[in-house]
Design a protein around this ligand. Structure first.
Ligand code: NAP
Length: 256
């Protein structure tokens, strides 16, 4: 097991549930100090308690922030460094998808929200972590993209465009911040979380049958990849996007 995250400090956005919660659990289990962030303090406090119950030695801080609010983001990063004296691992995980339907019909307020939460926040939190700690001391950044950012799909076209941007921002930041900071991304397929409920809730059996690995993802499937990218096992990787999708991307797109 890679133990290189032990004693490091990790800040996880969108940590109140789903994939972010699973990543925070995984980091705490390996001895990292973990800062949980999302909009709802009560939900974060509950996850912090669950982590402490499962890992009594874990050092956990819960601090609410809207991921697209520069002041709240700044306060969260400052609170992280103040509490633990470092910020070695940033996991840009928070995401949203307020609109389902044809891209051509999306209303601008929901497009704006999707852009700010999924795409602009990656720039904001990376800048803040870089200035507060990473530029001087180095570290790793893991961005959560989506396989939707690698192809087209009905219903969630604008969300997917922001995820394509996350994949490109990962490459661009990796090039700019090397060698001190490694930046990689994960492109999950359908994972059993609130965000993706409309994609799996009524279709789980069909999805399971269609996927090469015969099941949709669990948050822990993505957390394992995040731990790999956050720690030294991926020491010679930067700018890459790891697809973790049960084989969805190898399904034939057009059959003859
Ligand atoms: N589930 C999938 O199938 C799937 C597939 C590909 C990619 N992803 C990506 O995986 C990431 C995690 O999503 P998930 O599936 O785990 O969804 P989820 O269970 O709905 O969790 C989303 C997390 O983001 C937080 N969040 C949402 N809006 C926020 C905001 N404006 N500011 C701060 N935090 C905010 C939520 O907390 P609050 O609501 O309390 O703020 C929550 O902690 C997202 O980037 C998503 O796009 C998911």
């Amino acid at each position: 097991m890679d133990t290189s995250v032990a004693g490091k400090t990790a800040l996880v956005t969108g940590a109140s549930r789903g994939i972010g919660r699973a990543i925070a659990f995984g980091l705490a289990a390996r001895g990292a100090n973990v800062v949980l962030s999302s909009r709802r303090q009560d939900a974060l406090d509950a996850v912090a308690e669950e982590i402490r119950a499962a890992h009594p030695a874990a050092k956990v801080l819960a601090t609410a922030a809207h991921v697209a609010d520069p002041h709240q983001a700044q306060d969260c990063v400052a609170a992280t460094v103040s509490a633990f004296g470092s910020l070695d691992i940033l996991v840009n995980n928070a995401g949203t998808n307020p609109y389902y339907g044809p891209l051509v019909d999306i209303d601008l307020p929901r497009a704006q929200k999707t852009f700010e939460v999924n795409q602009l926040s990656i720039v904001l939190w990376t800048q803040l972590a870089w200035r507060a700690w990473l530029s001087e001391h180095g570290g790793t950044i893991v961005n959560i993209a989506s396989i939707g950012g690698l192809s087209t799909e009905p219903g969630i076209g604008f969300y997917n465009a922001t995820k394509a941007a996350v994949i490109h921002l990962t490459r661009q930041f990796a090039a700019e911040l090397a060698p001190r900071v490694r930046v990689n991304a994960i492109a999950p397929g359908v994972v059993r979380t609130n965000l993706a409920k409309t994609l799996w809730e009524n279709f789980e059996q069909q999805l399971n049958a269609a996927l090469p690995l015969r099941r949709i993802g669990e948050p822990e499937d993505i957390a394992k990849a995040a731990l790999f990218l956050a720690g030294d096992d991926s020491a010679w990787m930067t700018g890459q996007t790891l697809v973790v999708d049960g084989g969805a991307m190898i399904l034939p797109q057009v059959t003859v």
